[in-house]
Design a protein around this ligand. Sequence first.
Ligand SMILES: Nc1nc2c(ncn2[C@@H]2O[C@H](COP(=O)(O)OP(=O)(O)OP(=O)(O)O)[C@@H](O)[C@H]2O)c(=O)[nH]1
Ligand SMILES: [Mg+2]
Length: 232
Amino acid sequence: MKVYDDKHIKNIVLLGSVKSGKTTLAETMVFEAGLTKRRGTIEDKNTISDYHQIEQERGNSVYATSLHTEWRDYKINIIDTPGLDDFVGEIVSALRVADTCVMLINAQYGVEVGTELVWNSVERFAKPTIFAINQVDHPKAAFDEAVLSLQERFGTAPVPMQYPVNQGQGFNAIIDLLKMTMYRFPPEGGKPEKLPIPESEKERAEKLHNELVEKAARRSPDGALFRQGQPG
Ligand SMILES: Nc1nc2c(ncn2[C@@H]2O[C@H](COP(=O)(O)OP(=O)(O)OP(=O)(O)O)[C@@H](O)[C@H]2O)c(=O)[nH]1
Ligand SMILES: [Mg+2]
């Protein structure tokens, strides 16, 4: 078995309100990494992460579960946590070992009460966190409103790094605002096609790209680099 030193192990903790899609994302991550040949679903009760009987009966995660993959000699542990506040002990245990947190925001609802409850624990441990707006393929997905709800709650600190081109049914493309490229995904997942930004999206992409660059270059009044989570 390959042995990794401390510097080559990274723990990524998936957080978010109940049913925001953490377990489904974890399942997708290990599938896309090529570690599994089938992508399980909550509905079929066959995800790798929710393997306890009680989780399958409830349709909710109850325990923090660690899955892992490898990337450029790094072992990446992906820790899926429960969203229900009843199981906050599991969230706290995961946060203790977290290098980075990914807080999922359901595109239908934006910031939820559950997001706030989980955020209380994140703040306690002061872990670097990115927000991932999830379920953008849902017919009721509202990406822009979800971003606004984040900015209402966290100040102007959260700025989009990517946005969906065609949210809702048929969603298959995003614009990456750092690389200024469009990625279009095949129907069954897998490697996306890299394409130029279409004419219809250029103005919006430029505007958001500039906002992102300005935010990244900004320093707080004490001279320290701007940190995510601080009201902007
Ligand atoms: N349309 C759509 N549905 C999704 C997506 N991700 C998850 N779901 C559905 O949302 C529901 C909740 O998904 P889970 O992966 O269990 O969410 P979770 O955050 O792990 O839930 P808890 O562990 O109970 O907090 C399930 O019915 C999933 O099929 C997505 O990207 N798009
Ligand atoms: Mg879950």
